[in-house]
Design a protein around this ligand. Structure first.
Ligand code: NAD
Ligand code: MG
Length: 413
């Protein structure tokens, strides 16, 4: 029996993971759940899945305990980052599903890796921020890393078994082994293009956060949905792929594929291209990672290729998606540049959601912030956290001075 801690259980990844786990009671058991703000939903999940421990935001334990007052055998309730690090590190946890959104998942993801657990990583931001340090930590502790992000899980599925094993143990990171030993020439990440693929460029400055978060193909949390509209998500995924697979950013292409059926293409030097296909439903990559190396049922609808009819692929338009080139630059610079990119983007997306900047203000805010933050080559935890903090300060001060000029409307920077 695999005992699982689901971090971010109230979110999109967390809920999909719980559905998959519930299909296999003979194999998996939920021992801990975490949620941050939707405490009522978390209490429902606790009643349904009966973990022995729940983790909530600081100062929210009482609220959850009150909601569970009448529940027989209520779980222990812990709070904050310390609570998260405790449930991922404790002996009875075998597997951790890292489903928190943003940099907030960094400490718990790293704690799970350092504790030598099997870690299913959906939460891409810690990978982007820490880079090769993640693989180094897994090599030291014996942790197993399984990519859940759909494109990265798809790449993983298209690798030979020996390369998969190296990826799981963190040994591909920084290695170029996929090119040199396994004959891989290029990797292509597919992107749906988001809700504004065909919106006239002149209208983009007036789109609302709700429109930007309305992803045409995937049902996901707000931050990643907005990142999909700017294509920053794909930029972060280039960096994530470099970290997980030891591939150079120059060997990673991005194509727009509006049907979201092909999740990646792995090109080998003999001219073969392997692709992974499936309906856009995160239960498929979650199941592939949970069961690896076994194949399990996921509860998803079968893909009918005749129903789909046509698959199309297009080059991304640089004017529509300028964030993609920012991410490429950060990937090539390495060191703490990806952490700065991530922090600037998180601040910009928050400002957009709060109506402080326009959708078209996200790119200039990230760009101007990046120009003001010096990157370092070291990606020690201290330098990454320090760059994260400094970058957010720079982004906020840029926002304060620009927004104060136009106090009544969201600005375009
Ligand atoms: P979401 O917003 O739906 O859920 C986020 C979860 O994290 C919630 O449970 C929330 O309570 C928790 N959380 C938020 N802030 C927190 C904090 N400060 N401390 C502790 N917990 C906190 O997000 P999501 O769409 O499920 O995405 C989760 C992660 O997975 C992201 O990093 C995203 O990029 C990645 N991902 C998601 C999808 C998807 O289909 N949703 C696909 C690929 C990758
Ligand atoms: Mg993805």
């Amino acid at each position: 029996m695999d005992s699982i801690a689901v971090l971010g259980a109230t979110g999109s990844i967390g809920k999909s993971a719980l559905k998959v786990i519930a299909l296999h009671p003979e194999r998996f058991k939920i021992s801990a759940l975490s949620g941050y703000s939707r405490i009522e939903l978390l209490s429902e999940l606790v009643m349904r899945y009966k973990p022995d421990t729940a983790v909530v935001a600081p100062n929210s334990a009482e609220q959850l305990k009150n909601l569970l007052k009448t529940t027989p055998s209520s779980p222990a309730v812990l709070e904050g980052e310390q609570g998260l690090c405790e449930i991922v590190s404790r002996q009875q946890t075998d597997t951790v599903i890292a489903g928190i959104s943003g940099a907030a998942g960094l400490a718990s993801t790293m704690a799970a890796i350092k504790a030598g657990k099997k870690v299913l990583i959906a939460n891409k931001e810690p990978l982007v921020m820490l880079g090769e340090a993640v693989g180094d930590a897994a090599q030291r502790s014996g942790a197993q890393i399984l990519p859940v992000d759909s494109e990265h899980n798809a790449i993983f599925q298209c690798l030979p078994r020996r390369a998969q094993q190296l990826c799981v143990s963190g040994n591909l990171s920084g290695s170029r082994v996929l090119n040199n030993q396994f004959g891989i020439r290029r990797i292509t990440l597919t992107a749906s293009g988001g809700p504004f693929l065909n919106t006239p460029l002149s209208e983009l400055s007036n789109v609302s956060p709700d429109q930007a978060a309305a992803h045409p193909k995937w049902s996901m949390g707000r931050k990643i949905s907005i990142d999909s509209a700017t294509l920053m998500n794909k930029g972060l995924e280039i960096i994530e792929a470099c970290v997980l697979f030891g591939i150079d950013p120059a060997d990673i292409d991005v194509v727009i594929h509006p049907q979201s059926v092909v999740h990646c293409l792995v090109e080998y030097k003999d001219g073969s291209i392997l692709a992974q296909m499936g309906n856009p439903d995160m239960r498929t990559p979650i199941t592939a990672a949970l069961g690896f190396p076994d194949r399990l049922i996921s509860g998803t609808r079968r893909l009918d290729i005749c129903d789909i009819g046509q698959l199309t692929f297009l080059q991304p338009d640089g004017d529509r998606y300028p964030c993609l080139s920012l991410a490429r630059r950060a990937a090539e610079a390495g060191g703490t540049a990806p952490a700065a990119l991530n922090a600037a983007n998180e601040e910009a997306v928050t400002a957009f959601c709060e109506g402080r900047i326009r959708f078209t203000g996200i790119y200039p805010l990230v760009d101007q912030t990046m120009q003001r933050v010096e990157s370092q080559q070291s990606t020690s935890l201290e330098s990454v956290l320090s760059v994260d903090r400094k970058t957010r300060e720079v982004a906020r001060s840029l926002l304060d001075c620009k927004v104060s000029v136009s106090s009544t409307r969201a600005v375009n920077l």
